[in-house]
Design a protein around this ligand. Structure first.
Ligand code: CO8
Length: 258
């Protein structure tokens, strides 16, 4: 599939995906959502880490496309929300790390997209918010779920009920992002983080991600049991033998993803 709204580059196992709809500050219309869904479904094994960012200097993603939503009826609203939620869930379930490099506005569906990624880092110019109630809707791409899980119900409710937009330093303070960089340092920082991940055992990272993701909704006993099972699985991989042999032989490990 040729993408109209996605710009994709791959170097050394690190794929950078830029959402590019300059006329609407990269707002997500249904074509972009379908392109994202297709990209995720066909991502292939050359991508070891995915970085998602927004094209241009101003915006990561300024939300779902308001002009497309303006005249939807209840059923159409349900379907549009379902499409976004499905694509974001597919991103969350990718068996590789996904870093959101938030370069500007991350509002509504943009904040929700960033939250579907494993890790968020931001430009000092980034702004975050769930302004949907000001438009007469609620966060509909899984924002009520993920924001409350990520930063706690109290502050999530304040952000969602007021629709307030917060700056990068406040996003850092509440744990919505891991780190802030000067705008020109954001992508180098994302790539540096991704390189550290590429140097590690891919199956181990994938199992760690599965454990963290699935533990989210389990009780303590089930969580620890799951982690125990996935921990055991690591010992069926060649990379575990290689990683430990390399340590004992005082050399660098050469992981093969098996
Ligand atoms: N949708 C469509 N167009 C947009 C959007 C958007 N979300 N955001 C910006 N644009 C367009 C503007 O309309 C404008 O177009 P034009 O040049 O044709 O007038 C262009 O982008 C540039 O925007 P501005 O002139 O407004 O730029 P400013 O720098 O003045 O302001 C802002 C930037 C603050 C980002 C401002 O554009 C804004 O407030 N945008 C809307 C942000 C917003 O409310 N986002 C949430 C949308 S709702 C949502 O995401 C719901 C997700 C769940 C959906 C569930 C489905 C049922």
């Amino acid at each position: 599939m040729d993408y109209k709204f996605l710009k994709i580059e791959n170097e050394g196992g690190i794929t950078t995906l830029r959402i590019s709809a300059p006329k609407s500050l990269n707002a997500l219309n249904s074509t972009i959502l379908k392109e994202l869904g297709d990209f995720v479904e066909n991502i292939g094994s050359t991508t070891r880490v995915l970085i998602i960012t927004g094209d241009g200097e101003k915006s990561f993603v300024a939300g779902a496309d308001i002009s497309e939503m303006a005249n939807l009826n209840e059923q159409e609203g349900y379907e549009f929300g379902k499409l976004g939620a499905k694509v974001f869930r597919a991103i969350e379930l990718l068996p590789i790390p996904v870093i959101a490099a938030v370069n500007g506005f991350a509002l509504g569906g943009g904040c929700e997209l960033a939250m579907a990624c494993d890790i968020r880092i931001a430009s000092a110019k980034a702004k975050f918010g769930q302004p949907e109630v000001g438009l007469g809707i609620i966060p509909g791409f899984s924002g009520t779920y993920r924001l409350a899980k990520l930063i706690g119900q109290g502050y999530a409710k304040e952000m969602i009920y007021t629709g307030k937009v917060i700056k990068a330093d406040e996003a850092l303070r509440i744990g919505l992002v891991n780190a802030i960089y000067e705008p020109e340092q954001l992508m180098p920082a994302a790539v540096e983080m991704a390189r550290k991940m590429v140097a590690c055992a891919p199956i181990a990272i994938s199992l760690a991600k599965q454990s963290i993701n699935e533990n989210y909704d389990l009780d303590a006993t089930a969580s620890l049991e799951l982690e125990n099972k996935l921990f055991g699985k690591c010992f069926a991989t060649k990379d575990q033998k290689e990683g430990m042999a390399a340590f004992l032989e005082k050399r660098s490990a050469n992981f093969i993803g098996e």
